[in-house]
Design a protein around this ligand. Structure first.
Ligand SMILES: Nc1ncnc2c1ncn2[C@@H]1O[C@H](COP(=O)(O)OP(=O)(O)OP(=O)(O)O)[C@@H](O)[C@H]1O
Length: 258
């Protein structure tokens, strides 16, 4: 089906010394174009492995990943990836960081400059365009990484704990920022986080992974309106889903420990 990301019976094994580790098993997932899906689960449940497979940085041992019906065989500009920290080039200015991925695309100089300007404005970084990453706060640096990924206008934006290293206040600012950006850009977003509150606030769907091997334990649709501000975190519906998913993460974590 067009516009959709599909994982079909995806499994991933790693070898660690003489041991075989099954990081993911039998993952079947369909993510519609333009949706916002969060992935939670205990440490080691395979969240980062799942993103790496979708990004094409790693190949599945079994099954396949399909974007618009075409198998993913490597990284590509149709999938942008942002990590927790440090994914900006320290020697490049903000604007040149945002331009980085565009240098590999068949765009004219004018088109490239217009894209950089557009995504600097969308991420509130226009005034900082000549700054170097070391002159920025952690939140600003993450916005540069997100702007750089979005500038390639990917079909899917993959975020791996992008706000995990930020203080609570900055994190909430970034949560509002990424939701607004998602609504403006219409890109599909798949975000891995440890933080269930964050997952419920941001996601239309929250997928919980179980560990050992990593597999889909639950796929919960978040019953909240599209327009959300931070006060929604105090609503009964929000607190109910949050508790439900926290229980699932705990259950499947204990499952693994036991
Ligand atoms: N390159 C690798 N070689 C061997 N084992 C690996 C490799 N990458 C991941 N693993 C194993 O696969 C499993 C899943 O790891 P992964 O990093 O995807 O989990 P995660 O849910 O993202 O964890 P965390 O929340 O701690 O980041 C773990 O058991 C991990 O040790």
């Amino acid at each position: 089906m067009t516009g959709t990301l599909r994982l079909r019976a995806v499994g991933k094994d790693f070898t660690r010394g003489r041991e075989q580790v099954r990081a993911l098993e039998d993952i079947d997932l369909e993510v519609a174009r333009g949706s916002f899906v969060c992935v939670v689960g205990a440490s080691g449940s395979g969240k980062s492995t799942l993103l790496a497979l979708i990004a094409g940085l790693s190949r599945p041992t079994t099954g396949e990943v399909l974007l618009d019906g075409i198998p993913v065989t490597g990284p590509g500009p149709d999938r942008g990836l942002v990590f927790q920290t440090g994914a900006v080039y320290p020697w490049r200015t903000v604007a040149r960081n945002v331009a980085f991925g565009l240098e590999l695309l068949p765009l004219s100089r004018g088109e490239r400059a217009a894209r950089v300007d557009h995504y600097l404005a969308a991420t509130g970084l226009t005034k900082l365009r000549h700054a170097l990453p070391r002159q920025l706060s952690g939140g600003q640096r993450q916005r540069v990484a997100i702007a750089r990924a979005l500038a390639c206008e990917p079909e899917v934006l993959l975020l791996d704990e992008p706000f995990g290293a930020l203080d609570v206040q900055t994190k909430e600012d970034m949560q509002l920022f990424i939701r607004r950006l998602w609504q403006e850009c219409g890109t599909t977003v798949i975000m891995v986080t440890h933080d269930v509150e964050e997952a419920v606030f941001l996601g239309e769907r929250v997928i919980t992974l179980a560990s050992n091997p990593g597999r889909v334990a639950a796929d919960v649709t978040v019953p909240l309106p599209g327009e959300r501000d931070l006060t929604v975190k105090r609503d009964a519906a929000f607190l109910g889903v949050r508790a439900q998913i926290e229980d699932l993460v705990r259950l499947y974590h204990h499952d693994q420990a036991g």
